[in-house]
Design a protein around this ligand. Structure first.
Ligand SMILES: [Zn+2]
Length: 73
């Protein structure tokens, strides 16, 4: 169950809430549903992991099967 961070567009209140699919959260302060959805902690962590590719085992071409797996080396 993902936790999402929201900022209320009406009163500026920021809060985190669990969101089920199909469920529209509202501001705990003013009950407005005009919310700006921020990235969840989990989504941020996942995307940062993808954005930092590790070097492949084969130093020359990065072939995932290691040195010698690619025909060029
Ligand atoms: Zn609000």
């Amino acid at each position: 169950m993902p936790i999402y961070e929201y900022a209320c567009r009406k009163c500026g209140h920021e809060f985190e809430t669990l969101v089920r699919s199909g469920n529209v959260p509202d501001c705990p302060s003013c009950r407005s549903t005009e919310l700006e959805k921020k990235l969840s902690v989990f989504a941020t962590a996942a995307s940062s992991t993808e954005a930092a590719p590790t070097a492949g085992p084969c130093g020359a071409c990065g072939h995932p099967d290691g040195p010698g797996a690619c025909a060029l080396h």
